[in-house]
Design a protein. Structure first.
Ligand code: ZN
Length: 247
């Protein structure tokens, strides 16, 4: 990342938390030395609202382990795909997810994990828990933070997104820093945007996003999850520089 001219990286535990604690500490030391800030993405298999108790238990462990490694490496936040509605109402899903996250937060507290934040990711598919409102409400009630995936919100908004409105909504949380993902998504045969990541083009437009960021002077981390991670990250950096941001 440093050699490429980038200054943030997300450590992907999306297929399981397989990094030993000691290695996480070493990763943290090197990142600090190089001035690369870190975040962590927890496994895709998490579902705190599963019909199966053992999946909920495994989900809590995956979140805790992600938070443990993140804390050891000095990462600021853990991105979490927290739950599916799994046949329950949004309200029931909210309560169940809140319960699971609260247990993880208690366990983190007992383990002395106090710096890293649990980031509840905004999700794109209608089967997935994680509208902006749900993430903000969880943040208000139990002290987690929303982890904003802009392209997921764009899909949830059926191909529309109002950045100003989202930042306005986030203001009530008084976040010191916003963690986020930005990439582009594709359309299906019916012409609807779906949560399939594609290289940066115009869906949604990074230029529009960059203008709002610079106007509002937002303190933010932008992780790119496109199929061509580094190239698109550098493209985003170039666009920000074109609009006057100095790295
Ligand atoms: Zn994600």
């Amino acid at each position: 990342m440093k050699e490429l001219g980038l200054n943030a990286m997300e450590i992907e535990f999306v297929r399981g938390v397989k990094m030993e604690p000691k290695l996480a500490e070493e990763v943290g030391r090197i990142a600090k030395e190089l001035g690369v800030s870190l975040s962590v993405h927890s496994p895709y298999y998490i579902n705190l609202n599963s019909q199966k108790k053992q999946i909920i238990e495994a989900s809590k462990k995956m979140i805790f382990d992600s938070a443990d490694r993140a804390e050891r490496m000095g990462a600021g936040a853990v991105a979490i795909h927290s739950a599916y509605y799994s046949g329950f109402s949004p309200e029931q899903t909210f309560e169940k997810t809140k319960e699971g996250l609260s247990e993880v937060l208690d366990k983190m507290k007992s383990a002395g994990i106090k710096n890293v934040k649990l980031g509840i990711e905004t999700m794109g598919r209608s089967s997935q828990f994680g509208s902006l409102e749900e993430c903000i409400r969880l943040a208000k009630e139990i002290g987690v933070i929303p982890y904003i995936d802009w392209s997921h919100l764009f899909v949830r908004g059926k191909g529309t997104i109002d950045y100003e409105k989202i930042f306005d909504a986030l203001e009530q949380l008084k976040l010191k820093h916003i963690y986020s993902h930005f990439q582009n998504v594709q359309k299906n045969k019916k012409g609807e945007y779906v949560d399939v990541h594609v290289p940066l083009d115009h869906s949604p437009s990074f230029e529009e996003f960059a203008k709002v960021l610079l106007k509002r002077k937002v303190d933010i981390t932008i992780i790119c999850e496109s199929p061509i991670l580094e190239q698109d990250s550098l493209k985003q950096k170039k666009i920000l520089e074109k609009f006057g941001y100095k790295f």
